[in-house]
Design a binder for this molecule. Sequence first.
Ligand code: Z5A
Length: 210
Amino acid sequence: MRGRFLTLEGGEGAGKTTLIKTLKDWLSGQGIDVVVTREPGGTPGAEVLRDILLNGSTDRWSPVTEALLMYAARVDHVERLIEPALARGAWVISDRFSDSTRAYQGVAGGVSADRIQKIHAAALGGFYPDLTLILDLDPKVGLARTVARGEDATRFERFDTSFHDRLRQAFLDIAAEDPDRCQVLDALDAPDLVAEKAIAAIETRLGAPA
Ligand code: Z5A
């Protein structure tokens, strides 16, 4: 049986990585083959593109170039890792996927949703996640969490406050436009509660893992 493709989206520090660990343990505990991955990245070629996308000055790429590079990485990721895993019956959990292009390159660079949709269709046809969990959080809280973690800021974390506010709204708009695929979770909740709600959403929308 084909596996399931689950993606996590949201602003910086929303808790995607933390939630993914719990979801992996939950699924593995039920004997499910789980593949955890991330974007941009996930395959050797896509990780090379990640490096050039996340480092350097904020205006290193034109917005459309950035979207195309994200999709170049994504096609490699889907063809070489995600599709083969789904075909053998594994569940794939990706830390970010196509909604991040729509939110980040749409908000940061003004690439229209229509243009990104056309790039998606040309690159991946109708391939989308089975379920997307959107972790919604006040960007001030999310950025404070990443600062507390003590890592260097990526190009995107260096954008101003209004960018992060618009980004939050972009993810909420995506969820409102595609409610069958997207579930918004309050990321201000404690990690255990976020996980409990995420598991409930997975069981309700995708059925019990098997
Ligand atoms: N990008 C793009 O522009 N276009 C695209 O198409 C794609 C991506 C795919 C990837 O960054 C960047 O690429 C991203 C968008 C852009 N922008 N940035 N920056 P990344 O992979 O380096 O970072 P990230 O995706 O933003 O993730 P993150 O900063 O690592 O955050 P997170 O994974 O969501 O959070 P976390 O690591 O689980 O938690 C952060 C801290 O908060 C940590 O100390 C936790 O212990 C703590 N935490 C987690 N959950 C909670 C709760 N519930 N309460 C309290 N504290 C918590």
